[in-house]
Design a protein around this ligand. Structure first.
Ligand code: ADP
Ligand code: MG
Ligand code: MG
Length: 246
């Protein structure tokens, strides 16, 4: 069954004549993991942001269907409520907002307040133990003064805790050392097991080696130019993007 359908999607920067998405077509089924690989500046983060409903971008043509219904006119909050979550390539630092409070508030906005704070905090604690981070991680302001690796672990913590139907990971592996990469990959596999479909944007095959990949898409200049199985990731690594798209 299809979860996400991106249909002939064209999008630009709002109020500016900068066209970035140029006809993206993508279908992700229930329980699938897809990878998008593409060069810097090709519009991968923009695709993630447009699926999530970031108001900085405007859809010029095409549609985004989630669970059979168009979501292109919904706000990003409404999309989050429907079960879409994305992790940021460059997570924002938010002074004055404690990470723990941010997690709890986000959770309740999406899932309501049936679960007590006690239960939610226990759930957060158990994920935290698997992440191997400092004790005060959650008492600090969101991402403020976090190392690159800590920010990525913070993103994956949110993803696991919020348990979306569709998770978009934008370069979650960038800047991670080998140990952190293994830890983050293990979290992705757990998220997947819980029934979440995943779209992972990455430059490197490295993280995909730890995951069970259904499809790899090569993405250049605002659209998908080739799709294949995991072997396409090998080809990308060996030949580079410029050769592979010809
Ligand atoms: P990628 O994630 O593949 O590296 P991006 O989606 O971040 O690519 O960016 C694609 C292109 O669009 C880049 O040239 C970038 O500078 C431009 N771009 C993206 N967002 C904006 C924006 N809000 N304003 C102006 N230019 C943007
Ligand atoms: Mg980039
Ligand atoms: Mg990017």
């Amino acid at each position: 069954k299809k979860l996400l359908e991106v249909k002939n999607l064209y999008a630009s920067v709002r109020d500016e004549d900068i066209k970035i998405l140029k006809g993206v077509n993508l279908e992700i089924g229930q329980d699938e993991l897809h990878a998008i690989m593409g060069p810097n500046g090709s519009g991968k983060s923009t695709l993630a942001n447009v699926i999530m409903g970031n108001p900085r971008y405007k859809i010029d043509e095409g549609d985004i269907i989630f669970e059979g219904e168009s979501i292109k006119d919904l706000t990003s909050d409404e999309r989050a409520k429907k079960g879409i979550f994305m992790t940021f390539q460059n997570p924002y630092e938010i002074e004055g907002v404690k990470f723990n409070n941010f997690l709890l508030t986000s959770y309740r906005k999406i899932h309501g307040d049936d679960d007590s704070y006690k239960i939610l905090n226990e759930r957060i604690q158990s994920i935290l133990e698997e992440l191997v981070v400092s004790d005060n991680f959650l008492n600090r302001f969101l991402n403020v003064g976090f190392s690159g690796g800590e920010k990525k672990k913070g993103e994956i913590l949110q993803a696991r805790f919020l348990s979306p139907k569709l998770l978009i990971l934008d370069e979650i592996d960038s800047g991670l050392d080998v140990d952190a990469l293994r830890i983050v990959a293990a979290q992705i596999n757990k998220i997947r097991k819980s029934g979440t479909s995943i779209l992972i944007i990455t430059h490197y095959k490295r993280i995909l080696n730890y995951l069970d990949v259904d499809k790899v898409h090569v993405y250049t200049d605002g659209r998908i130019v080739r799709s294949g199985d995991f072997s396409l990731a090998d080809e990308v690594e060996q030949k580079g993007y410029s050769t592979i798209v010809r």
